[in-house]
Design a protein around this ligand. Structure first.
Ligand code: NDP
Length: 359
């Protein structure tokens, strides 16, 4: 089932500029009774932050271009695909593959061609200095001539009982990824924005019935999308209604049986039998640590020049869901990861040329 991104800790933005570079070794600190390793400074041409399809693809291309990239893998290496079961829409596999397996393969491929992957979480970044500086949760410091940000985005969840347990077993946050498994079935979509409307439209081509459940009495999506959805004969709407629980089937393999609903006007509680629940209440890009460093939109998505992965800072590139609120697919993330590596390669070549000219 559905795919996506990392959840970096939100510790706020901290400038690294005033801090001294740490010694470049991992020897035990002489003063430490606990034998704690001292922080290491990693110097690289290209730092890739995030290890989902975008980060790994950037690493594969950059390594093959001789850039010896360093990947900081984040809290959940592999990203949203690691919480996905069957993946049927990633090209190259005639049979469905498992999300975690696919990500292991990408990692192995990146390492095989020479990328170095470090288990750490970037908690601070300073893109005002050259080289760029980032610090990991471990205390390690990363100095890089170019950076690819590929930290992804996280689907928002309702936080109701049963939702987490049934994720991948009837509960999803991606109709494009998982709608196929609900052909001829009855599914519910929660939300009232563009995502929910598009998910419901997509599902109405596959499912026997789609029930859109929204906490208010009108959608906030674009009018044209609304008109299309209202015209679908197999879509109905439950307004002013919230989902309070996803109720499991009693069968040994977990599956969704029904939703417990509450009508916000009358307070009435009811059960709605469904085979699938698609939660479409928005995404949160994992960009808190880069706030103030690169230009973002109001929702925190990194802004890139159209048709490229270039951010507002020359030498810093963004790939995958962190800069994409529309497509959000593993394959589009991989595609922009490739673009970011090529953009970085060109940037580094131009910087070297400029350096030679100046010398
Ligand atoms: P939005 O934030 O636009 O909409 C989220 C929806 O979920 C709202 O209707 C909101 O309700 C509802 N919601 C939020 N939290 C809860 C909750 N806890 N319980 C129940 N309902 C909840 O998110 P989208 O993902 O739809 O869109 C995000 C951005 O991406 C937008 O700018 C959108 O235009 C863009 N986008 C563009 C697309 C395109 O151009 N094709 C496709 C998808 C997204 P309420 O309305 O009451 O606040």
């Amino acid at each position: 089932m559905a795919a996506g991104a990392s959840d970096l800790p939100r510790r706020g933005d901290r400038s690294l500029a005033a801090e001294p570079a740490a010694p470049n070794n991992r020897a035990p600190h002489p003063d430490s009774e606990l034998d704690m390793p001292v922080p290491t400074t990693h110097r690289t041409q290209l730092l890739i932050i995030g290890a989902g399809p975008a980060g790994y693809t950037a690493a594969i291309y950059a390594a093959r271009a001789g850039l010896a990239p360093l990947v900081v893998a984040g809290l959940r290496p592999g990203g949203q695909l690691t919480i996905t079961t069957d993946v049927e829409n990633y090209p190259g596999f005639a049979q469905a593959v498992q999300g975690p397996w696919l990500m292991e393969q990408m990692r192995a491929q990146a390492e095989h061609v020479g990328a170095r992957i470090i288990q750490d979480v970037v908690i601070a970044a300073d893109f005002s200095t050259r080289p760029f500086r980032c610090r990991g949760d471990s205390g390690d410091e990363f100095l890089a001539d170019a950076v690819v940000i590929a930290t992804g985005a996280e689907a928002r969840w309702l936080g109701i009982p049963g939702e987490r347990e049934l994720a991948g077993f009837g509960v999803s946050a991606c109709a494009t990824c998982d709608g196929f498994f609900f052909r001829g079935r009855r599914v519910a979509v929660v939300g009232g924005g563009n995502s929910a409307t598009e998910e419901a439209l997509y599902l109405s081509n596959l499912a026997a019935e789609v029930i859109l459940i929204h906490r208010r009495d009108s959608l906030r999506s674009e009018k044209i999308l609304q008109q299309r959805l209202f015209a679908r004969p197999n879509v109905r709407f439950l307004w002013n209604t919230v989902v309070e629980a996803a109720l499991p089937d009693a069968s040994p393999r977990p599956s969704l049986r029904a939703l417990r609903l509450r009508d916000l006007r009358s307070g009435a509680v009811s059960e709605l039998p469904v085979d699938g629940l698609f939660v479409a209440i928005g995404h949160d890009p994992a960009t808190a640590v880069f706030r103030g460093q690169v230009a973002m939109d109001q929702a925190g998505y990194i802004l890139v020049e159209p048709g490229s992965t270039r951010t507002s800072v020359p030498g810093v590139f963004a790939a995958g869901d962190v800069a994409d609120k529309i497509y959000r697919q593993a394959v589009t993330a991989a595609g922009t990861g490739c673009m970011a590596a090529l953009d970085a390669e060109r940037f580094l070549a131009a910087s070297r040329f400029a350096g030679q000219e100046a010398a």
